[in-house]
Design a protein around this ligand. Structure first.
Ligand code: ARG
Length: 674
């Protein structure tokens, strides 16, 4: 690794051609068409709406929603006629909440798995959640009942079916599964002709829905019930029970419901155990659109076409019905939680045992922040433990635990700090500016690619029989290569070092050696004799995770590079080195047209830290909030090494997720969204 130095070597000026570095990409590289992100087996999407989950769409030429926010004279008053908003001449002000603009242009919804996790009954293909085949769902101990009186092995299975039919299937958790044994929801007119929500659970009287937790997400679910207008809720409000007409006999209990907005009926939401109604109780009221919104939208245009006031975006509540109002937020209101990927999630989704933010930052243990541990902010310190009659969250936790089994990105800590018994003969250099020598078993996913007895490149161990490296590091000649795992000193093996023959090398079909586009390759290891494994159990070798979304890490995140590449003397490092680098935004500023999709820059703009010849193919590893490491980049190219304003260029692995999954055919590529 090249560290803070004068540059002696560049990829072009390869004096010592032992380092198998390809030539510097030309300043005006041929403009090839962008590499297809979709693998060939994925059919081209046609639609991308919340309610068409089987089909998928990469945003075409999206209508750019305006991010301006009109001045709102009375923000708490419901709009007079929100369905038909009259154009106003009020100035539009950008309130700086929605954004970034590129994000809004992508038209993300809750089904955009670049941004959020798919529910367990869906999987992520080319960035879009699609319905799973029901048998891919894990079984549960007790069966679940559905609205039609059938029973399934799990809520996941029932929802996988309902995902395809787009009909509500899942009812609630019951052992009887009799038809009629279901949760029924009706709208009942109050005297002043407000629609109050009634809910009837099996074998019990009708109850009202309490005002607690009642929001647009829940009202949208009610307003899409068969028999109601399908266009969603205009308003979710509450009214005092006291104001209900006394002549009519109203229930004396209510049940709170909490929905995410993705449910097809209230029965799929979390339903709390009944509470007695007092004079003070507020009950839920929904105001459903009679027909879809038409005309110009003066607020935020949801991806599904609905129109919201700006103040209803980025509050953690799915006001749109497709969650598009929560997907691109620079900050979040309403005590919602802001994920690093710019998504707002509701407060109740924080530390609930279900990871919502891509990096898991919503599930971190936080010691001091009383506001966040309280269920209901209004209740302050008197935290009441909510009792749930039916809680899909519990099921989701179970399904996700049983699906998310893959182990990657966590080093074997017992080995990380273990110095090798055999102390190397030369003086170990201590901290170098910007980088340092690794401990013998510190970087457990680092591999060396050996070609005809020489090591010119690094790589990343993905687990199973797979190693990821740069295309420019390999040729389609498996016999000439071996992969060295747990190597530390480049020319000496340590007790945990192993050298594995290669079975196959898959170079990206659109790799361009002139421009370095798609500089990525998979190396398949040879199976061990009479085994289905490729490497012997090794305490000093662990797999790194493959990022499935290009949004998991962002510019300015700090990540780690490692390799045996050249250092400041132009010599390749005898001992594996590592350094921290920062992900750099807008790399075109530095390299102009030489930056293509699937490339990303990292380093520092002063040129203090960089990778260099011989580091190629090696991993740029980023750690998420939960401490799991991902191979975010592969060392690919750069102008010289450690040049100010010429950071290292890396192959952006997440861009190739579908390619990796397709070519390895390996289900264990990711533990999420499977
Ligand atoms: N092409 C080089 C190799 O094959 C990697 C160069 C990386 N250069 C840089 N400035 N980061 O090893």
């Amino acid at each position: 690794m090249k560290v803070l130095s004068v540059i002696f070597f560049t990829c072009v000026l390869q004096i010592n051609s032992l380092e198998k570095s390809p030539s510097k990409p030309p300043t005006n590289p041929p403009q090839l068409p962008n590499p297809p992100v979709n693998p060939p087996w994925v059919s081209r999407p046609v639609s991308h709406t919340t309610h068409m989950p089987q089909t998928e769409q990469k945003p075409q030429t999206p209508k750019v929603p305006s991010i301006a926010k009109p001045a709102n004279p009375n923000p708490d008053q419901p709009e007079q006629n929100p369905g038909k908003i009259e154009p106003t001449n009020k100035p539009h002000v950008n309130d700086g909440v929605l954004g970034p603009q590129q994000c809004l242009e992508q038209k993300y919804t809750r089904l955009s798995c670049a941004k959020v996790f798919c529910p367990p009954w869906m999987r992520c293909i080319s960035g879009v959640c699609v319905c799973k085949v029901p048998y891919k769902c894990p079984r549960q101990e007790s069966r679940v009942c559905t609205l039609d009186g059938l029973s399934y092995y799990s809520m996941c299975q029932a929802n996988a079916i309902s995902c395809r039919s787009k009909e509500p299937v899942f009812s609630h958790f019951s052992a009887t599964c009799k038809v009629g044994d279901k949760v029924e929801v009706t709208l009942v007119k109050s005297e002043d002709s407000k629609d109050v929500i009634m809910i009837q659970t099996p074998a019990s009287e009708k109850r009202l829905v309490c005002g607690k937790y009642w929001d647009m997400a829940a009202a949208n679910v009610v307003c899409q019930n068969p028999g109601n207008a399908p266009s969603g809720a205009k308003l979710a409000s509450k009214m005092s029970y006291r104001l209900l007409e006394k002549a009519k006999k109203w229930p004396n209990e209510c049940m709170s419901v909490r929905c995410t907005g993705s449910e097809l009926s209230l029965a799929e939401c979390s339903i709390a155990t009944p509470e007695p109604i007092t004079e003070k109780t507020e009950v839920a009221v929904a105001n459903c659109y009679k027909e879809p919104h038409q005309g110009k939208c003066e607020g935020f245009t949801c991806v599904n076409g609905r129109c919201l006031k700006y103040k209803n975006t980025c509050n953690g509540v799915d006001d749109c019905g497709d969650n598009s109002d929560e997907m691109c937020c620079l900050s979040c209101g309403n005590s919602a939680f802001h994920c690093k990927s710019h998504v707002c999630i509701p407060e109740h989704a924080v530390r609930d045992g279900i990871r919502d933010c891509l990096g898991g930052e919503d599930e971190l243990e936080v010691t001091e922040d009383p506001k966040k541990v309280t269920e209901d902010p209004k209740k302050g310190k008197n935290k009441t433990i909510q009792q749930w009659y039916s809680d899909p969250k519990e099921e989701i936790r179970n399904i996700r635990t049983s699906l998310e089994k893959l182990e990657c990105g966590i080093p074997n800590m017992d080995y990380v700090y273990r110095p090798e018994e055999k102390v190397p003969s030369h003086q170990r250099s201590k901290r170098l500016v910007g980088g340092e020598e690794a401990l013998p078993t510190q970087i457990q996913w680092q591999v060396a690619i050996q070609e005809d007895k020489e090591i010119h490149c690094g790589g990343a161990y993905l687990g199973g029989c797979w190693v990821l490296t740069a295309a420019h590091c390999v040729r389609p000649k498996p016999k000439s290569f071996r992969i060295k795992i747990s190597l530390w000193e480049k020319h000496n093996r340590q007790s945990t070092t192993d050298s594995i023959p290669v079975k196959n090398i898959i170079i990206h079909h659109e790799y361009n050696p002139q421009t370095y586009e798609n500089d990525i390759a998979l190396v398949q290891l040879e199976l061990l004799n009479l085994s289905d494994q490729c490497i012997q159990e090794n305490p000093a070798v662990r797999a790194v995770c493959v990022p499935w979304s290009t949004q998991q890490f962002q510019p300015n995140d700090t990540c780690t590079i490692s390799g045996w590449g050249r250092n400041k003397d132009g010599k390749s490092a005898p001992i594996l080195k590592w350094a921290n680098v920062t992900i750099i935004a807008d790399c075109k500023t530095y390299y102009k047209g030489r930056i293509h999709p699937g490339m990303e820059c990292a380093g520092d703009l002063e040129g203090k830290v960089d990778s260099c010849q011989g580091d190629s193919g090696g991993p740029l590893v980023c750690k998420d909030a939960s401490g799991v490491s991902y191979v975010w980049g592969l060392v690919s190219w750069g102008d010289k090494c450690g040049e100010p304003d010429h950071p290292g260029v890396y192959t952006k692995v997440a861009h190739y997720f579908d390619w990796i999954r397709f070519n390895t055919g390996w289900p264990a590529v990711t533990k999420y969204n499977q």
